[in-house]
Design a protein around this ligand. Sequence first.
Ligand SMILES: [Zn+2]
Length: 148
Amino acid sequence: MSDNFLQFVPADANWQPSAEAADRACRVARELYPDADEINAEFFDCPQVFVPLGFWDGPRCPACGADIEAWWYDVAGAASEHDFTDLSVVTPCCGTTTTLDACSDDHKPRFGRFVLSLMNPGFDDPPDVEAAIAEALGAPVNHVWFHL
Ligand SMILES: [Zn+2]
């Protein structure tokens, strides 16, 4: 049996909430997803990449559609050494200037030093959930689904 995870990552890759705000967001998430198996808030010293595993064909060039997966992970690794302050890239296939998180259509990878993670939340994500989590944390968030 596979597990689904719904993760909320601050839109600013370097932003972190206070411990109180993280607790508040956990409580809000529990109200919104009462059937979730687990709800955890995690802080990281350096920004992490949250990849939508299982929902993603891997990164593709937004201009020409080339498969740029190997290149993307190299560049994402290099960007992590600069705390993801600069996500702009030039794709190797056709030289298009874009951003790391734009190299994907629907399910985008996200970057952050904080994540609110829900295990098997039980239903899809209505748009207002993101807003409710953002309000509890005090900053805008994006969400990433993945499954293991
Ligand atoms: Zn291209």
